[in-house]
Design a protein around this ligand. Structure first.
Ligand SMILES: [Zn+2]
Length: 506
C-alpha cells in the first residue's frame, strides 16, 4: 500500500510560462504532490486539492527556480576580499584558500553559499568543487550542507594533472624555482583523482534525486590529453555530464596557441579529440574561442555557461554571446566564484546578459528578457540533462519554483512580468522558494537554516581563513611582478581576436 501524497496548493498566482503570456501571465493554481508539480490550471476543483496545505498566491508571480549553472563553493568566505585583479592574479591570491581546510569550515562555507543562492532564487546549483586534498569527509560536508539548506546540486570535483605555474604563459620562465610553489607546482596523477570521483558517486548516489554528479576536468590546458580522454570515456560510459572551464581569458587563448601544437593551438580541438564536445558537455565562460571553434561548439551541441559578472570583475572580456545565440548554442548562466562576482544572484546575471549585447550591437538583438530567463532556467537544466525535470512550472516537472511579491516596487505598475523580473527586480521580491516540493525560503527568510547559527559557524572559521589569506597576500606580493609581466606580454601579443570594447588598452 502506498501512502497518500503530501499536497501543497499554491492558489491564484500568475504563473510565468516561457511559452505563454510573458507580460501578463495567466492566473492559475499550482498543485504539488510530494516532489513534483501535479497540475497547473485555473481554479483546480476542491476534490483534486483536498488535504493540501495552501499558499495564497494572490498578487504573486510564480516563476521556475533558477539554475546557477557555474559556481564554486570553496571561496564563499573570501567575498569582498579582492578587486581590480585579472584572473591569473586573482587565482594566485585566492587558490590557497581551497587547500587544507577543516571539515567544519567546508560545511560552513558551503551552507553560506547555498543560503546566498536560495535567497536569490537559485534552486539548483552546479558546484565545481575544489578539494585539496581529496577527502571523503569533505565531500560529505559539502553534500550535508546542501541537504540541510534544501538546495538541488549538480556536484563535480575539479581534477587536473598539470601545474598552475606551467599553464600560465611565460610564467615558468619568469619565476625563479623557489617562488613557483606560491603559484602552484602540484602535478598529481589523474588516475587516483578519477578513482576518487567514481568512488564518491558509488558511495553517495543521488540522495533522492537532489544530487546529480558531473565530471570536471578543470580546463583543457590544465589537463593532459590522457586525463581528458579518460574523462571523455567515463562520461560516455556512465552518461554523466561534464563541466569544464575553457577560454576564459586572453592569456588562455595565447597559451593554447603556443602550447597545444598537436591540436593546431586550439583548446576546443583538444576537447573534441578527447570526446569532450557534445550535448553532455558544458563549457564555462567561452570568452575567447574563434569563429571556427564557435562552429565546432555549435555543431556538436555543446552547451556554454556564461558568467558575465565574473568575466568583467576579472577583466576577462565579453563572451561572444550573439555569435553563440546565432549558432543556436544552448546558453546557461552562472555566477562563478563568490570572490569574483561577489554574489550568487542570477537576477544580476540575467540583466547583464541582456545589456552586454549592446556592447557590440546598437541595433535590436535576440537577447531579450525572455532569452535571459530561458537561459537561467531551461538553459541551465539542459546542461545537466535535466530539461525534462527542471526549468518550468508545468505538470510533471520537479516542484522547484519562486513566488514573487508583485507589490514590490519593481513590479509597480505591472507592465511586463518578464521584463520587470529581468530589468527591475534584483531578487528583492522573492518571498517564497520551493525546492523539490519543500518550502526552503518562507516570508523572505530561510525556513531550513538558522542563519544566526550559520553566522556563528562562519565566525568560528574566519580567524584561520584570515590568517591564511594574509599569508596568501604576502606570497602573492612576491610573484606579482612576474604575473604582471605575463599580463603585459599577453596584451602586447598580436592575437587577432578581440573581446574588449574598442580593443584592449594597457
Ligand atoms: Zn569557474
Amino acid at each position: 500500500m502506498t501512502s497518500a501524497p503530501v499536497k501543497t496548493l499554491i492558489r491564484g498566482g500568475r504563473v510565468l510560462d516561457l511559452d505563454g503570456d510573458l507580460d501578463q501571465p495567466t492566473l492559475a493554481d499550482v498543485l504539488i504532490e510530494d516532489t513534483s508539480i501535479a497540475a497547473v490550471a485555473p481554479d483546480l476543483p476542491a476534490a483534486r486539492t483536498a488535504g493540501a496545505a495552501v499558499i495564497d498566491a494572490a498578487g504573486r508571480l510564480i516563476v521556475p527556480g533558477l539554475v546557477n549553472a557555474h559556481y564554486h563553493s570553496y571561496d564563499t568566505l573570501a567575498r569582498g576580499l579582492m578587486e581590480d585583479l585579472p584572473l591569473e592574479q586573482w587565482g594566485t591570491l585566492c587558490g590557497p584558500l581551497a587547500i587544507g581546510r577543516s571539515t567544519e569550515e567546508i560545511y560552513a562555507r558551503t551552507l553560506l553559499g547555498a543560503v546566498d543562492c536560495l535567497r536569490n532564487g537559485s534552486t539548483t546549483i552546479q558546484d565545481m568543487a575544489t578539494l585539496v586534498p581529496l577527502n571523503d569527509d569533505h565531500v560529505d560536508a559539502i553534500l550535508d550542507a546542501y541537504r540541510d539548506a534544501g538546495i538541488r546540486v549538480i556536484l563535480s570535483v575539479s581534477i587536473r594533472d598539470l601545474s598552475q605555474v606551467d599553464t600560465i604563459p611565460w610564467l615558468a620562465e619568469l619565476l625563479p624555482d623557489e617562488l613557483k610553489p606560491l603559484v602552484g607546482t602540484a602535478r598529481d596523477d589523474f588516475g587516483p583523482q578519477i578513482d576518487f570521483v567514481t568512488r564518491q558517486i558509488a558511495r553517495i548516489g543521488d540522495r533522492g534525486g537532489m544530487v546529480r554528479w558531473a565530471l570536471s576536468p578543470s580546463a583543457p590546458q590544465r589537463c593532459t590529453p590522457a586525463l581528458l580522454a579518460a574523462v571523455g570515456a567515463l562520461a560516455r560510459e556512465r552518461a554523466i555530464p561534464v563541466y569544464t572551464h575553457c577560454y576564459e581569458t586572453r592569456a588562455q587563448r595565447v597559451f593554447a596557441r603556443d602550447h597545444l601544437d598537436a591540436f593546431d593551438g586550439s583548446a576546443v580541438k583538444l576537447l573534441e579529440a578527447s570526446g569532450l564536445l557534445g550535448p553532455h558537455v558544458t563549457i564555462a565562460h567561452g570568452v575567447w574561442p574563434d569563429a571556427a571553434e564557435l562552429d565546432r561548439i555549435a555543431a556538436t551541441g555543446t552547451n556554454v555557461v556564461l558568467n558575465m559578472l565574473s568575466n568583467l570583475k576579472l577583466k576577462s572580456g565579453v563572451a561572444p554571446l550573439l555569435d553563440y545565440h546565432a549558432r543556436g548554442v544552448n546558453l546557461a548562466l552562472g555566477c562563478d566564484n563568490s570572490s569574483c562576482s561577489d554574489v550568487q544572484n542570477l537576477f544580476e546575471v540575467m540583466k547583464l546578459f541582456c545589456l552586454m549585447a549592446a556592447v557590440s550591437t546598437p541595433g535590436p538583438t535576440p537577447i531579450t528578457a525572455a532569452t535571459a530567463l530561458r537561459a537561467a532556467t531551461l538553459g541551465g537544466a539542459r546542461t545537466a540533462g535535466l530539461a525534462d525535470k527542471l526549468g518550468a512550472v508545468r505538470t510533471g516537472m520537479a516542484a522547484d519554483l519562486l513566488i514573487l511579491d508583485l507589490a514590490d516596487p519593481a513590479y509597480v505598475p505591472f507592465n511586463s512580468a518578464v521584463r520587470q523580473l529581468v530589468f527591475a527586480d534584483a531578487g528583492r521580491a522573492i518571498e517564497t522558494v520551493m525546492v523539490n516540493g519543500r518550502v526552503v525560503v518562507r516570508d523572505r527568510r530561510m525556513a531550513t537554516v538558522d542563519e544566526a547559527a550559520l553566522r556563528r559557524l562562519v565566525e568560528r572559521a574566519m580567524p584561520t581563513v584570515r590568517r591564511d589569506f594574509a599569508r596568501s597576500r604576502d606570497g602573492f606580493a612576491r610573484v606579482r611582478p612576474a604575473l604582471e609581466e605575463v599580463q603585459r606580454r599577453v596584451w602586447a601579443d598580436p592575437l587577432a581576436l578581440n573581446r574588449f570594447v574598442g580593443g584592449p588598452r594597457f
